[in-house]
Write a protein that binds this ligand. Structure first.
Ligand code: PMP
Length: 420
């Protein structure tokens, strides 16, 4: 018996092997104990009883809700629900197999055609989650001789994909195109292929990159540019066509458009839109596609119907942006720090420390506002914040009421008070 096992047996701790030597597990347990010692309620995993929209019900209480990606308010739209019901009636609830074998349904090609058309791209492919899309596509496309440059604030799924690929991975300072170019020029020498990864709208700060600059840099150094539009498709631009529309840039300059079905499109899954050559290869070889179940037909139907509504009702995008700008400007007018938010959908309230973020979130919850704290290690400790997601469904009255509650609460939880 190993010493560890002998110790476990001595302490009588269960039948199996303990997991305490898993990297990071002890740190996680310490953090949990610290939170409990501070007497802060756990803001995570709270079950919502109905549809989480501008308001939500938790534990039979109604809250003003700023924690859901239901950006366009389509999650309980009768047309989306009807399309979902029809798909269930026709195909049941699962694709029941990889699409390569017997999981293909007509809805898959319909949705992928609509997504490709949305970007003016030749083709698109959908996978069962946005996270899995980045992991499998980046992990499969790039290899150990290659180099991947990515914004320092890029989403975890891109980082995981880059790790899986075995490529050299180089983060550059957030939104700093000049730094990206310096790194790319240096890393390009001797490397095989190069990929630059950015987001269309950053999920922590709510700010946007200079797309034209990144296209130019990628071209100059013979690199592919991949843009994750998880928070920008259906959010940016007059008709929700994302960062390219917002900045008046030709979308053809981007080699790989990626996005999720889980936010504006109110479903679950991820997609990539690009040249047919790439999509066709992914369809036949990408592990997370070939060896995974096809997108459930009900989810393809919900995403497709949501995409149609997005195109037919651009007022939703305008309303979302007006709401987010109203909220961001309202925070600033009350002397609060809304960070770098561009006022599109994501508005942080910078809190200065994780403890203050935790306390503010707990107090706001007491006062009927549901908003999550973002703390270390998701962001540096000093960059801790509350993160508000605005939607097209919020009313101006709800926004103004929330601003007043937030200002009052923030005044009551001063940084100095909690720092000691
Ligand atoms: N990319 C970004 C930028 C994201 O924010 C997220 C999730 N929030 C994902 C990818 C993963 O998408 P999903 O949650 O649909 O798996």
């Amino acid at each position: 018996l190993s010493k560890r096992r002998a110790r476990q047996e001595e302490s009588g701790a269960g039948d199996g092997r303990s997991f305490s030597d898993v990297p990071g597990l002890r740190d996680f347990e310490l953090l949990k104990t610290a939170m409990e010692a501070l007497d802060l309620p756990n803001p995570f995993f709270r079950p919502h009883q109905g549809v989480a929209g501008a308001t939500t019900t938790i534990g039979n209480e109604e809250y003003l809700n700023f924690s859901s990606y239901n950006y366009l308010g389509l999650n309980d739209d009768p047309r989306v629900k009807a399309a979902a019901h029809a798909a269930i009636e026709r195909h049941g609830v699962s694709a029941s197999a990889s699409r390569v074998v017997s999981g293909e349904r007509p809805l898959h090609a319909e949705l992928e055609g609509a997504l490709a058309a949305h970007y003016g791209a030749e083709d698109a492919i959908t996978l069962v989650s946005g996270h899995a899309t980045n992991v499998t596509v980046i992990g499969h496309l790039m290899g150990p001789r290659d180099v991947i440059l990515h914004d320092a604030m890029i989403h975890n799924s891109c980082v995981e994909g880059a790790r899986l690929s075995g490529a050299r991975r180089i983060p550059f300072a957030h939104n700093d195109a000049a730094a990206a170019e310096r790194e790319l020029a240096a890393a390009r020498r001797g490397a095989g292929r190069a990929l630059v990864l950015i987001e269309g709208h950053y999920s922590m700060d709510g700010d946007v990159p200079d797309l034209a600059r990144f296209i130019e840099i990628a071209r100059r150094h013979d690199a592919w540019l991949m843009v994750d539009e998880a928070h920008s498709m259906g959010v940016l631009g007059a008709t929700g066509h994302g960062i390219a529309e917002l900045q008046g840039v030709d979308p053809a300059g981007v080699d790989i458009w990626m996005g999720t079905l889980s936010k504006t499109l109110c479903s679950c899954g991820g997609y990539v839109a690009a040249r047919r050559q790439l999509i066709n290869w992914l369809r036949h070889t990408a592990p997370g596609f070939v060896y995974s179940v096809g997108l459930a037909p009900v989810l393809a139907a919900s995403a497709l119907q949501s995409l149609n509504i997005l195109h037919e009702e651009p007022w939703r995008v305008a309303r979302l942006n007006a709401n987010a700008t109203r909220f961001r400007d309202g925070l600033r007018a009350r002397g609060l720090d809304a960070g770098a938010s561009a006022g599109h959908a994501i508005v942080p309230l910078m809190t200065g420390s994780s403890v203050r973020a935790g306390r503010l979130s707990a107090e706001l919850f007491e006062r009927g506002v549901n908003v999550q704290p973002i703390t270390f290690p998701a962001v540096p400790e000093r960059a801790s914040r509350l993160r508000f997601f605005l939607t097209a469904a919020h009313t101006e009255a709800q926004i103004d009421r929330t601003l007043d509650i937030v200002a009052e609460t923030a005044a009551g939880v001063a940084p100095a008070e909690v720092a000691g």
